[in-house]
Design a protein around this ligand. Structure first.
Ligand code: CA
Ligand code: CA
Length: 301
């Protein structure tokens, strides 16, 4: 199987990045990921002010997929996520931007992780994980975009639904697609409101496939039970509008509904959620359950 080690990484998603490995549509690939601090935080004495901000959010890759042409859709099935055995939660003044009182002291908490049990230890207490991939994307169409930024090529989406068993659909803007990923979390709440999740490295096994003539509004996530459209921008209004438009379009096509039927269905049964609202660029998802969408096919207009 193709494996890309964690010493092969980029700090921007860029069509000019040379690929570090090649795959064909249908191949399984292992991406070995550093955590978002480039594995430099190993104790609670390592605080944010000591971090090299040139080394934030390394993304392993990029992977070139032979069949990928501009306009295709890259389907990434997340087969397995295996986390390293410890992670770090960090905060610092200014990171809690939606609270009235600012953080006065930076702090790091190291968490041991028990991936087999699906748990981690936070300050002596065992909590359940919701492990997922924070940064994953293809190369954008124009200029390169830093791996810390979410955009419509993916990137720093921080979407908790990009998890084991999920299928992620990404746009292809450049031949080969140039898939890269990093910034795993053992756990993160929607919004990431104090600035970090449980940041952790590990191994991700994916299957990559190229879809020709797909109209799916990328980036898009399919889980066992639901579909999620996605929107990212430098302001909440635009990010929410993109996610709303994308889910609306998907529902109309998938269930054969008209404009108002699809919109009213979203109003009564779809759920908008923040992915991450603490970085300069924010991201949202808009989801609907598969069983609801199945029933909607029988709507009588
Ligand atoms: Ca992130
Ligand atoms: Ca992170």
């Amino acid at each position: 199987m193709i494996k890309i080690n964690r010493d092969q990484f980029v700090f921007s998603m860029d069509k000019d990045n040379p690929p570090v490995a090649k795959a064909q549509s249908g191949d399984r690939v292992i991406f070995d990921l550093m955590d978002c601090f480039s594995d430099t935080v190993t104790s609670e004495a390592d605080t944010i002010s000591e971090i090299d901000f040139n080394k934030i959010n390394p993304a392993t890759g990029p992977l070139y997929i032979e069949e990928a042409d501009v306009g295709d859709v890259l389907k990434v099935t997340i087969e397995k996520i295996q986390l390293d055995d410890y992670g770090a939660v960090m905060t610092a003044p200014g990171l809690n931007k939606y609270f009235s009182e600012n953080i006065s002291e930076e702090q790091t908490v190291i968490c041991s992780i028990n991936d087999d049990e699906g748990t981690f230890e936070f300050q002596g207490v065992t909590l359940p994980m919701n492990k997922h991939i924070g940064v994953i994307g293809t190369a954008p169409a124009g200029e390169g975009v830093t791996t810390g930024t979410p955009r419509m090529h993916g990137g720093n989406m921080d979407n908790t639904q990009i998890k084991e068993g999920s299928v992620l659909y990404l746009p292809v803007y450049t031949p080969g697609a140039l898939l890269a990923m990093g910034d795993m979390h053992a756990s993160m709440g929607d919004g990431e409101v104090w600035g970090s999740g449980v940041e952790v490295g590990g191994e991700v096994t994916v299957t990559v496939e190229i879809l020709k003539d797909s109209t799916i509004p990328t980036p898009f996530v399919e889980t066992e039970t639901a579909y999620y459209a996605f929107g990212a921008a430098d302001n909440m209004e635009e990010a929410v509008t993109i996610a709303s438009d994308h889910l609306h379009r998907f529902i109309m096509e998938e269930a054969g509904l008209d404009f108002n039927q699809a919109g009213m269905l979203m109003s009564i049964k779809a759920n908008l959620a923040p992915c991450q609202i603490v970085n300069p660029d924010v991201s949202f998802r808009f989801g609907i359950d598969k069983d609801i969408l199945g029933k909607a096919k029988d709507f009588k207009g």
